[in-house]
Design a protein. Structure first.
Length: 210
C-alpha cells in the first residue's frame, strides 16, 4: 500500500475546555481530558503510519513543556506543522516536525496520488482565508480554527474552502486523507457542472485578481 497523505487540525490535546465546546467528542459528557487524549492518541496511531505524511493545520496541543515533547514522540508520521494560535508550547520542539509554516502551498500530482484526475493545488493555513494564491486557477483552501462553525458558510460559498479540523463535518472525528479532500472538492465542482478545477475557478471567480 502506498504511503498516505493526511490532514488534520484543532486536536487540542490536553485542553479540558475543548470538551465543553465540542460536545460531539468522546468524553465531553464527563469532561475527562485524560480519556479524551488517549482516544485522540489511539486515533492517530491507528490511522497514521510512520511512513505517512501528515499536515497539522494548527492547535495540536495545550500540553506544556515536557508533556508536549512526550506527546510528539508518540505521534508517528512525517509531520508538517502549520502553526495555529495555540501552538506556543511546541515551538521549542520544532525539530519533531519536518517543517513549520504559517502558510503552506502544495501541488499534488497524479504521479503521487493516482486517484487525482489533474494536479491539485492546495493552500493551507490555520485560519480560513477569503482569497489565496492561485485561487483563480483552481487552487483549494484548507483551514482549521473554526471547529466546524464555518461548514455551512463554506458549503454555501462558491469558494473551494474546507475546514479539516477534527470537529468539522468533513473530518467527523477522523483524520482526513488527501483523497477525502479531493473527493469533497471534486463533488463541489461537479455539482456546478464543471469537470476541472480550472474550469470551476474560471466560472466562479471572475472578479478575483489573477
Amino acid at each position: 500500500m502506498a504511503n498516505q497523505i493526511y490532514f488534520t487540525s484543532d486536536l487540542h490535546f490536553g485542553h479540558t475546555n475543548i470538551l465543553k465546546h465540542s460536545s460531539n467528542r468522546p468524553y465531553s459528557d464527563t469532561v475527562d481530558i485524560q480519556a479524551h487524549d488517549e482516544w485522540l492518541l489511539d486515533l492517530w496511531r491507528s490511522t497514521v503510519d510512520k511512513r505517512d505524511t501528515i499536515y497539522i493545520l494548527g492547535d495540536l496541543t495545550f500540553l506544556k513543556s515536557e508533556d508536549a515533547r512526550h506527546l510528539l514522540e508518540k505521534l508517528p508520521g512525517h509531520k508538517f506543522l502549520i502553526e495555529g494560535n495555540h501552538d506556543g508550547s511546541i515551538r521549542a520542539y520544532k525539530h519533531y516536525f519536518r517543517e513549520v509554516y504559517q502558510i503552506k502551498e502544495m501541488r499534488f500530482r497524479p504521479t503521487v496520488a493516482p486517484f487525482l484526475k489533474e494536479d491539485l493545488g492546495v493552500v493551507m493555513c490555520h485560519y480560513p482565508m477569503v482569497t489565496w494564491n492561485q485561487k483563480p486557477r483552481g487552487s483549494i483552501m484548507l483551514h482549521g480554527h473554526s471547529h466546524g462553525k464555518l461548514d455551512d458558510y463554506n458549503a454555501l460559498s462558491p469558494d473551494l474552502r474546507f475546514d479539516v479540523g477534527i470537529d468539522g463535518t468533513l473530518a467527523n472525528l477522523h483524520i482526513l486523507t488527501l483523497e477525502d479532500i479531493y473527493n469533497a472538492a471534486y463533488e463541489k465542482i461537479t455539482q456546478a457542472g464543471c469537470t476541472t478545477f480550472v474550469e470551476y475557478a474560471s466560472n466562479n471567480y471572475k472578479s478575483e485578481v489573477r
